[in-house]
Every structure is written in structure tokens, then in C-alpha cells.
Ligand binder design. Structure first.
Ligand SMILES: *[C@@H]1O[C@H](CO)[C@@H](O)[C@H](O)[C@H]1NC(C)=O
Ligand SMILES: *[C@@H]1O[C@H](CO)[C@@H](O)[C@H](O)[C@H]1NC(C)=O
Ligand SMILES: *[C@@H]1O[C@H](CO)[C@@H](O)[C@H](O)[C@H]1NC(C)=O
Ligand SMILES: *[C@@H]1O[C@H](CO)[C@@H](O)[C@H](O)[C@H]1NC(C)=O
Ligand SMILES: *[C@@H]1O[C@H](CO)[C@@H](O)[C@H](O)[C@H]1NC(C)=O
Length: 665
């Protein structure tokens, strides 16, 4: 055990050298217990963070799901929180609404239903949570605001919960308000009323998925609101809460946390906050944004998930350290267990928590993460020190007669990079009611009566490889579980499989952009719709696609190459965009907003017929073809130099796409 000053040998026995000064910590339930533990979870969505996961071939897709959800295998997650899709950009893409239009209802869009079913299949006890980030435009009746017609918004959200049960037999346990945006007391009460009216008294409300303030003050001052809200959920609380939140008597959750690059510092961040969110802030659940990094890494917050699965084309995925850090808590607890009151900080840095099922089982989780090896993306972490130390735990009360405990160990290693994750050590004998651990820095221990822990393992997945240089989709194979075509990552608008049964020709199966009104946004969606695909490093590519404008007035569609931005910056995306319009014109621009024109002219294109556009870009040169004939060439001033391929429309309008193909150099 390098790095520490204590001259102790690695020992989990209570016999220790006299030269070591052991600090002792009581683990005791005689003075009563602490708060009820609600679980550790992952968040899919907010937005489109599981986009690429669904496109993995078996057996890899099931393996990834097992590492996330299968009890006593990997992360064994106890909570799955998902986005209630709102047709708008919510960080790494858009997720479809179950009601694009007021008279529309469809509970088979997107991949969150599928993900919830897969999670439940593995762990029937998993807690399910839904939260909107954005709403389809009709909810706001023209305003970018969901609370002017709170009854409409409440019915819309409750219909998602009813649909989950009706079409997927999924019972949603908790629902939130509006992610990291304003709440409205009247709306929250109406949501409670609407849930109850529909026999959904069991569905609990989390408020407000933002900061501790101002929701806590509103809850303290408004009895009816207090009765409507079950859990106060804060985001990125930095392990602390505020006195007012404690005063409400509500369960306190870190309802979104982590958001850190999933290398070992990310694992260290997760280890520290999983313990200290309770020790410092009395929070009884912590949920990671995001569940699994399954989106193009060059989109915002690349790889900020508990594990990485961003290459469905190769089958490669990586079980990162946060998976095993999660297991230290989840494999040895269940929601409903109680924290002990005897939890806290260790004398020389680090922390410990203890939990019990009140039937004699005990789990202690200890972490000694140093500052620099556990910084999360936010908030800033004040300096502190951790040194190697000897710690004696004295078991009292119901635990006094325990004679042996299982030991699971992780040790991050930032020097020679030989970390150990979630390794089972020999059980520790409890002698005279206590046991002692020699703790080095950057370690996690679980000491527990639970004997079912297991480090699950699958053979190595295939090696990583870039997105294929030749890629085609005619949209004829439409997977019944998903509404979107593989690998397309919608950044504004929603592109869905479409079947035109009355089409006599070759375009029965297409991809259709279906959002016809600007949604109530979470960030600044573009005024155009766009879906990106491929390799961000692509420079020299030919992109071609058949396009069909359904709108005669103002209709326009494009293919693009070298698209450099998505996510919240999609409005400022640059690239090479080749547009045709229903008014018989074409345009070539170096931006999605269409301001920066490289070429333009007549094309003879119109709505309700199919056209084939081909865009070829090589070095500093580009040319475009319409239906096999060169329409423009020698476009100059090509920036940026690389980026994704893309398709899209000039506004929120219906349009179809078929026979998409890319060939990259
Ligand atoms: C589900 O919960 C029940 C009751 O707490 C428990 O007995 C059972 O072991 C749990 N199952 C899993 C897979 O965690
Ligand atoms: C056990 O505890 C008793 C009472 O505190 C003490 O006298 C004795 O020395 C302890 N034995 C060992 C092996 O630590
Ligand atoms: C604790 O849990 C295990 C299952 O892991 C069980 O066998 C045991 O009886 C439980 N109770 C105690 C007191 O350890
Ligand atoms: C479906 O195909 C028919 C026949 O080609 C065409 O008239 C109609 O516009 C198509 N509908 C859509 C929505 O594309
Ligand atoms: C793209 O083409 C240009 C011009 O031929 C060449 O200089 C450049 O190296 C090519 N880029 C790649 C990634 O092949």
C-alpha cells in the first residue's frame, strides 16, 4: 500500500502494530436510525444520451444492459430516470414526444420505453422516474412556456404515465416538473390532482430538479404544495443541502449529479458523492447524468456516463470505473434500507456510511478519495486532504453479535495505472465487536453481511473502430421497437420511420421529419431541423439522399457535410449545406441558419415529388448534383474542415428522406 505514512501492512484484522494510531468509529443503531435510503440511479435522456445504445447488435446490447441493471452483476442500478421526450434539443439531441400534435398519441416512439422494459426485466424492483425537459409546441399555445395552461400540461404528463402502464406494463414511481427550469405551484398542485383523479395516487412528485431554492421556501410556506410534493430533488448539490430543505421533513435527493468524464477521476467523483451526498447533505438518492454515454463523443459532454457504449457499428463498449463504484453501494443495499445515524467523515479524510435493512443486515461503505482524484464537473470542490489511516469500526446495538463481514475493495491508481475495481477480499473477522482497516488514499471499501456480491464479467467486446466509411440506409428495415433509423442523431426536429402504404413507387419506406411547430424548448433549438450522422473527423465525403418536400410554401430540405456542432449550440452549426426549395431554387451555405451563402440559383424543384441531392466535398472544393446532373461546382470558402454528415429541413415542416448514402475518403 504505497503513498501513505502509516507503517501498517495491509490488514483487515483488528490486530495492529502499536505504532499505528487507530481512530475508531461507532456503527450503532441504539440511538435510532437515520433516513430511508432511496437508491442509486442513472438518467437516460436529457437528452438523447442513449441514442446509439439501441443500435448495438446482440449479444453486446444485452451485455451493456446487464452491466447497468442486472442485480449482483455490475452497477445493479436501483433507479432509472428517463426523459419524457418533448421533441426538442435537450443536450445531446432531441427525444420524441408521445404527442407531437394535440390530437396525436403514440407510446412507441424513441427508446426510453424499451430501456425501461429492459431495466425492469432485469430488476423488477427498479424505481422508474419520468421528467420533462421540453414540451411539444401545442402545449404552450404559441408561447415558449408550459404553465399558461397548466391543466393541459398536467394531462399531457399524466398521459405519458398512463401510456407507460397501458402499452408497456411499466409503473412509473415518480414524476418531476420541468428540468432545471421554473416551477409553478399551481401546476404542481394540478399535477397531483390529475394523478389522483386517474387513480395514480401511488405516483410521487419530485420538485423541482433545479437548486434547493426557491422550491424549499415555497414548500415551507404553502401547505397544499407541501402535500403535493414528496421529494425535494436538487441538481449538482456539491454534497450539501440548506437548512430550509431539512426543515421541510421531505426526502432530499440529488436527482441529477455526476456529469463528469468517465475516466478514473470521474470514478473518484462518483465514489465521493455517493457517500458524501448523505454524510454532508442527508440526500438519500443520487442519480447520474448520464446512465450510459451512448451518443457521438463530439456532442457536448462526451463520455459523461457511468459507462461508454458509443460504437454500435463496432460493438465496442467500455465498462468504466463508475460502474464498479456504483456496485459498492447497490449490490449490498436495497431502497428502503435505513442509513444509521453513525455515519461521517474519517479523521484523516474520506467518509463512511452505514446502512441496515433492520433485520440484522449491515453494509458499510468507506471512501478515501483525494481532492484531485475526485473532482466532479461542478460545483467547484474546495481543497481538503486525505492521508493513509487506520480505522477501527466498533459494531454496537443490533450489530454487536456480528462475527464476520464480507469485504469488497477498489483502489484507484493514478501512478502506475494498475487500478483494482470491486475485488472480493477475504472476509474480516469481527473480534470483540470491532474490526480495523488500513486505508490508503483513493480507495473504496464495502464491508457487509450481504453474501451475494458478484463481479459480473463478459468476454471482451470487439475492438473500437471508426464509423464505417461507406454507409447506406433505405429505411426498409424498420425495427418495430424504435421510431428512429440507426445512428441518426436528431439535433432539432424529430426524424421518424414512415410508411406510405399508398405509394405505388419505390418510396413506401422513408424517414420523415415530423415536428411542424417550434417546441417549448429547453435550450436554443435551431429554426431549421437537422439530424447528424457519421464520423466527426470526416473531411472528404459524398453525401446523397432522396428528398421529398411536403410543404409547398416555404418548403426546403438539405443534405450537408462537415457539420461541426450539435446539442445546445446547434443554432450556430457550420458546415456545407446544400438546400433545395419548393419555389424552384437552390442554395449552398456554410451554416445551418442559411445566412452565409456560397452559391445559389434556380433548380426547378417543387413540393410533392422526389429529388436526389448529392453533395461532394473534397479538400477546398465542393460540388452538388440534382437528380444526377451537376447543379453547382467550385464552391469556395469551405469551413469547417471536418464534421458529421446531415439531413434536414429549412423550418419546422414535414419532409421525407430516402436512400441515404455516405461515402467517406
Ligand atoms: C425485490 O424486492 C424484494 C422486497 O424488498 C426483495 O425480497 C427482492 O430480493 C428484490 N429483488 C431484487 C432482484 O432485487
Ligand atoms: C475485548 O474488550 C475487552 C473489554 O473492552 C477488553 O478488556 C479486551 O482487552 C478486548 N480484547 C481484545 C482482544 O481486544
Ligand atoms: C443478511 O443477508 C444475507 C443475504 O445476503 C442473509 O443470508 C442473512 O441471513 C441476512 N441477515 C444477517 C443477520 O446477516
Ligand atoms: C404517399 O404516396 C402517395 C402516392 O405517391 C402520395 O400522393 C402522397 O402524397 C404520399 N403521402 C405522403 C405523406 O408522403
Ligand atoms: C481531403 O482531401 C484533401 C485534398 O485532396 C487532402 O489534402 C486531405 O488530406 C484529405 N483529407 C483526408 C482526411 O483524407
Amino acid at each position: 500500500m504505497g503513498g501513505g505514512s502509516a507503517p501498517c501492512v495491509l490488514s483487515v484484522f483488528s490486530l495492529c502494530l502499536l505504532t499505528c494510531s487507530a481512530q475508531s468509529y461507532a456503527v450503532d443503531d441504539q440511538a435510532g436510525l437515520g433516513r430511508t435510503f432511496d437508491g442509486v440511479g442513472g438518467l437516460s435522456g436529457g437528452g438523447a444520451t442513449s441514442r446509439l445504445l439501441v443500435n448495438y447488435a446482440e449479444p453486446y446490447r444485452s451485455q451493456i444492459l446487464d452491466y447497468l441493471f442486472k442485480p449482483n452483476f455490475g452497477a445493479s442500478l436501483q433507479i432509472l430516470k428517463v426523459e419524457i421526450g418533448g421533441d426538442a434539443q435537450t443536450t445531446d439531441g432531441t427525444e420524441p414526444s408521445h404527442m407531437h400534435y394535440e390530437n396525436d398519441e403514440n407510446y412507441f416512439r424513441g427508446y426510453e420505453w424499451w430501456l425501461m422494459r429492459e431495466a425492469k426485466k432485469r430488476n423488477p424492483n427498479i424505481t422508474l422516474i419520468g421528467l420533462p425537459w421540453a414540451f411539444p409546441g401545442w402545449i404552450g399555445r404559441g408561447k415558449n412556456w408550459p404553465y399558461d395552461y397548466p391543466d393541459i400540461t398536467a394531462s399531457y404528463v399524466v398521459s405519458w404515465i398512463i401510456g407507460a402502464k397501458q402499452y408497456h406494463n411499466l409503473e412509473i414511481d415518480y414524476v418531476g416538473i420541468w428540468n432545471e427550469r421554473s416551477f409553478n405551484s399551481k401546476y404542481i398542485k394540478l399535477l397531483r390532482y390529475t394523478l389522483d383523479k386517474n387513480g395514480l395516487e401511488r405516483v410521487k412528485i419530485i420538485a423541482s430538479d433545479n437548486l434547493w431554492e426557491p422550491i424549499t421556501l415555497f414548500v415551507l410556506q404553502d401547505r397544499e404544495l407541501s402535500e403535493a410534493v414528496d421529494v425535494l430533488g436538487a441538481h449538482y448539490p456539491g454534497t450539501t443541502t440548506v437548512p430550509e430543505a431539512l426543515k421541510t421533513g421531505k426526502q432530499l435527493w440529488s436527482s441529477e449529479d455526476y456529469s463528469t468524464f468517465n475516466d478514473d477521476v470521474g470514478g473518484g467523483c462518483w465514489a465521493r458523492i455517493l457517500n458524501q451526498n448523505y454524510v454532508n447533505g442527508q440526500m438519500t438518492a443520487t442519480i447520474s447524468w448520464n446512465l450510459v454515454a451512448s451518443y457521438y463523443q463530439d456532442l457536448p459532454f462526451g463520455r459523461d456516463g457511468l459507462m461508454t457504449a458509443q460504437e454500435p457499428w463496432s460493438g465496442n463498449y467500455v465498462v468504466e470505473s463508475p460502474i464498479w463504484i456504483t456496485a459498492h453501494t447497490t449490490q449490498f443495499t436495497q431502497p428502503g434500507w435505513k442509513y444509521l445515524q453513525t455515519v461521517g467523515h474519517l479523521a484523516h479524510g474520506g467518509s463512511y456510511v452505514a446502512l441496515t435493512n433492520q433485520r440484522g443486515n449491515l453494509t458499510i461503505v468507506i471512501e478515501t478519495m483525494t481532492h484531485d482524484h475526485s473532482v466532479c464537473i461542478r460545483p467547484p470542490l474546495l481543497p481538503y486532504t486525505v492521508t493513509a489511516q487506520r480505522a477501527t469500526f466498533c459494531l454496537k446495538g443490533s450489530f454487536a453479535s456480528i462475527s464476520e463481514l464480507q469485504v469488497w475493495h477498489s483502489k484507484f491508481d493514478f501512478k502506475v495505472k494498475k487500478p483494482v475495481y470491486f475485488q472480493k477480499l477475504s472476509p474480516v473477522k469481527v473480534s470483540n465487536g470491532s474490526f480495523t482497516l488500513d486505508l490508503d488514499v483513493d480507495e473504496v471499501y464495502t464491508v457487509t453481511t450481504i453474501t451475494t456480491g458478484l463481479k459480473g464479467n463478459y468476454p471482451e467486446p470487439p475492438p473500437s473502430s471508426p464509423f464505417p466509411k461507406i454507409y447506406k440506409d433505405d429505411f426498409k428495415v424498420q425495427h418495430p421497437d424504435f421510431s428512429e433509423a440507426p445512428d441518426f442523431a436528431d439535433q432539432t426536429g424529430v426524424f421518424e420511420y414512415f410508411i406510405n402504404e399508398t405509394d405505388p413507387g419505390p418510396h413506401v419506406y422513408t424517414l420523415r421529419q415530423v415536428v411542424t411547430q417550434r417546441p417549448i424548448t429547453w435550450v436554443a433549438d435551431a429554426d431549421q431541423t437537422i439530424s447528424v450522422i457519421g464520423d466527426y473527423k470526416w473531411q472528404n465525403v459524398t453525401v446523397s439522399c432522396d428528398l421529398y418536400m411536403e410543404e409547398e410554401n416555404g418548403g426546403g430540405v438539405f443534405v450537408a457535410a462537415r457539420v461541426d456542432k450539435g446539442g445546445g449550440s446547434v443554432r450556430s452549426a457550420r458546415g456545407i449545406f446544400f438546400w433545395v426549395f419548393a419555389d424552384g431554387t437552390y442554395k449552398v451555405t456554410s451554416d445551418l441558419s442559411g445566412q452565409s451563402v456560397l452559391a445559389e440559383g434556380q433548380s426547378g424543384t417543387r413540393a410533392n415529388i422526389w429529388n436526389t441531392l448529392t453533395l461532394s466535398v473534397k479538400g477546398d472544393n465542393a460540388f452538388g448534383e440534382l437528380n444526377g446532373h451537376v447543379l453547382w461546382k467550385n464552391a469556395v470558402g469551405l469551413v469547417p474542415k471536418n464534421g458529421w454528415a446531415a439531413i434536414g429541413t429549412s423550418s419546422f415542416q414535414l419532409a421525407q428522406f430516402d436512400n441515404f448514402a455516405v461515402q467517406a475518403e
